[in-house]
Ligand binder design. Structure first.
Ligand SMILES: [Cu+2]
Length: 152
């Protein structure tokens, strides 16, 4: 009985791992890219993910493209005088062996002029261009509108 339970738990564990997508090129690893579904007629979308530079030298994310939007760029979120605002970054720097999380309330990738709404459960392709690792193609999973992480 006890061993049957253990097997069941480990299957659940594997199922959980399957949802955390990982993409690697050279020394750059991109984990769990996800987007919030875009409700109604909103023409913008937001993508979150985790970026790791495994190299002993600095790396930079220079740009982002996706066929589903006219534009995509890295934004940071700032709080000034109690107001939240966003600012595009020219490049996102990664120090040697650094991991940076793009997550709700902080850094994110903004999609402008979406061709069609982002629908929960669907995925879409995106390409990240790095200074040293070059282009990395990933697939972004669309989560629910209230999702706060890749696992909701
Ligand atoms: Cu933004």
């Amino acid at each position: 009985m006890k061993s049957a339970l253990m097997v069941f738990v480990s299957i659940l564990g594997l199922a959980g791992c399957a949802t955390s997508d990982e993409f690697r090129e050279g020394d750059v690893v991109i984990e769990s890219p996800w987007a919030r579904s875009s409700a109604g007629r909103t023409a913008t979308g937001v993508v979150y993910l985790r970026l790791s530079n495994l190299a002993a030298e600095p790396e930079q994310l220079l740009g982002v493209t996706t066929p589903i939007a006219a534009g995509a760029s890295v934004h940071r979120t700032m709080r000034e005088h109690g107001m939240m605002s966003m600012q595009p970054l020219q490049a996102l720097a990664l120090a040697a062996n650094e991991t940076v999380s793009l997550e709700p309330g902080g850094l994110h990738i903004m999609l402008m002029q979406l061709g069609s709404p982002l629908v929960e459960g669907e995925t879409f392709p995106m390409t990240l261009n790095f200074e040293r690792a070059g282009s990395i193609d990933i697939h972004v999973t669309v989560r629910g509108v209230g999702a706060m992480s890749a696992h909701e």
